[in-house]
Design a protein around this ligand. Sequence first.
Ligand code: ACO
Length: 381
Amino acid sequence: MKGPVVIHKGLDNVYVKESTICFIDGEASKLFYRGYSIEDLAAQSTFEETAFLLIRGHLPTKQELVDFNRRILLNRPLEPGLMQLIRSFPLTSDPMDVLRTAVSALALYDPAPITDKIDGRVDKAIRILSKAPTIIAAFDRLRNRKEPIPPRSDLSLAADFLQMLTGEAPDRYDAHVMDVAMILHAEHEMNASTFSCTVTASTQADMYSIITSGIGTLRGPLHGGANEAALRTVMEVGDPSNAEDYVTRALSEGRRIMGFGHRIYKTWDPRYVILKKLGAELASQKGETKLFETAVAIEQSALKHLAGSSVFPNVDSYSGIVFHTLGIPVDLFTPVFAMSRIAGWTAHSIEYLESNRLIRPKALYVGPPSLPYTPIGARAG
Ligand code: ACO
């Protein structure tokens, strides 16, 4: 072995590939997809166009976008066998387990799930991206003892998700907010779940296995699960007047404030800035301002207590409030995050495979050296 072993616990600052997909400047509060700022994309793009940009690498022409939208539309319905499978799940299942299992099962309904061609991988990416909202909405209907609602061809992916969930097409503003929320969650460089996808991709596994890995990793409360935890905190705090007490107690007990802190952002998460504005507009439009005001009070108190540290609000501090105000149940927040992030996961997997190298790090062995084997009858106890 050459030189001392350096352990990169958490892989902080370890680069695993070159990429043209996403750039984050965590000191300057900047996020770009393929060179376009998140602010411009949120203001002017659509989720479908952003997904094309991430997966294909450039903004689509009119015709490319028409074709991409058509492929998404055609792929939205679920195969009867898959719907049957979802119907067989326990109604108490966690929706993230349902999404992970259903995405994995999608491979069974693909006559050729494995492909080494870029176009083939893009086909699989579109198939999974299009069906994920249908899977999540269908399961939510079933667990509420309602029939799933089929996708509609006149709605965007974001609006159709709300339609399949609630039974009503959203108004233009709600559809716009959902679309922007999906754009903001579509991609975020080499985070834990994207790394999982990249590891699986590096073995040349199929796209269904890749995305199933990502969904499993996104699930944890330190990653995708933080949006649920953040909203539950706001609900528990209940009123702006309780915020200071809550934050003081949580921090003095060594607990973390959910929706705060980030491995890369050491200042404002630019997605937080956009979501907070949308959350404020949505709350006042619906006349439901209490939760939003409570979240603002928690934020102000946390910022005061954490002043001088590099812990700032992240995307999850207001995403939960936005999703909740749109009528999305709390345990669907992480699945909604996942259905948006499929764009980034597939883009990274396709990019990695263009110059693949199997990911195989090492673990430094610190256990006992060679031990004599003791037969079971001769062991103590
Ligand atoms: N509340 C209070 N203090 C915090 C928080 C927080 N949310 N986050 C970090 N800190 C403090 C830590 O206690 C630590 O303090 P210390 O140096 O005095 O011990 C310091 O900031 C650095 O913390 P680390 O854990 O080393 O920072 P890391 O880069 O690993 O943290 C993480 C990133 C895991 C996201 C963390 O901030 C956290 O647990 N946040 C809450 C969960 C959350 O909101 N996750 C969503 C992230 S965004 C996403 O995944 C979409």
